[in-house]
Write a protein that binds this ligand. Structure first.
Ligand code: ATP
Length: 246
């Protein structure tokens, strides 16, 4: 994906100087980033850089001790995870896994439980099955018996059932066979084309930068580089550290 959207000026999400601690460990040391309407933004970096912690600060699982997080113009820095989901931020795969003894369809239904509008429920379910025909084939199967890739799809599908206004993806390609990795990134693009902004955390920097409009590079709790994804991809330091190129 090389073409950036035309004029994505409005911020959906904005982090300003966010600091997060785990006890004495200063995990985020002043993270500032934003996601605008219609964008896919990726956050790349080595293990332990703070990518997951950034998502956990956004979804309310880790409180920012300093700094601010705004979503659609509202301050959500101290909002509860419940409120944040209700406001329209969905994450997949979630820390919580799928319900293994429930069917694919039942897991997808669970994604919509916060919603009050029931009228679009069936069309949303159809949309998820259109995006993931594989899930449709396996709709009656217990989620626990799906392959890793199918579970990933089911988790993303479940997040979509919440009709999110922002989708957070934490390593959607992790542990997947290459054919599923390609498929997952295609679907991320498709979801975005349908209008949902995405913040994508990935170890697979190449795929992430090929998919995203913009990117941020994180090192030890700080953003060290940012820019259009195409530019980051040709950045020498990024190529050396994250793309395996010398
Ligand atoms: P990974 O890709 O390995 O998940 P990451 O970039 O997502 O890496 P985080 O998981 O956000 O990194 O971790 C950031 C820092 O916070 C690391 O130093 C990590 O050891 C530390 N950390 C993460 N979770 C905890 C926790 N529950 N308790 C203590 N320290 C933690």
């Amino acid at each position: 994906m090389s073409e950036a959207p035309q004029s994505p000026t409005k911020d959906v999400l904005e982090l300003t100087d966010v600091h997060v601690y785990y006890g004495a460990i200063h995990a985020l040391k002043g993270v500032s980033l934003n996601v605008r309407e219609k964008e896919i933004v990726t956050l790349i970096g080595a293990n332990g850089a703070g990518k997951s912690t950034t998502l956990r600060a956004i979804n309310g699982l880790n409180r920012a001790r300093q700094g601010a997080i705004r979503f659609q113009g509202n301050d959500i820095t101290t909002a509860t995870p419940h409120t944040i989901v209700k406001n329209g931020i969905a994450q997949s795969p979630e820390g919580r896994r799928l319900f293994p003894r429930m069917s694919v369809t039942e897991n997808l239904e669970m994604g919509a439980f916060q919603r009050t509008d029931r009228e679009n429920f069936q069309s949303d379910m159809d949309r998820v099955f259109e995006l993931f025909p594989r899930l449709h084939e396996r709709r009656a199967q217990k989620a626990g018996t799906l392959s890793g890739g199918e579970q990933q799809m089911c988790a993303i599908g479940r997040a979509l059932m919440a009709r999110p206004k922002l989708l957070l993806l934490d390593e959607p390609s992790m542990g997947l066979a290459p054919i599923f990795v390609e498929k997952i990134f295609e679907i991320v693009l498709e979801i975005n084309n349908q209008g949902t902004p995405v913040l994508l955390v990935e170890q697979n920097a190449l795929m992430a930068l090929d998919t995203a409009h913009r990117g941020y590079v994180m090192e030890t709790g700080r953003i060290t580089l940012e820019g259009p994804a195409a530019e980051l991809k040709t950045n020498e330091a990024v190529q050396k550290a994250y793309l395996g190129l010398d």
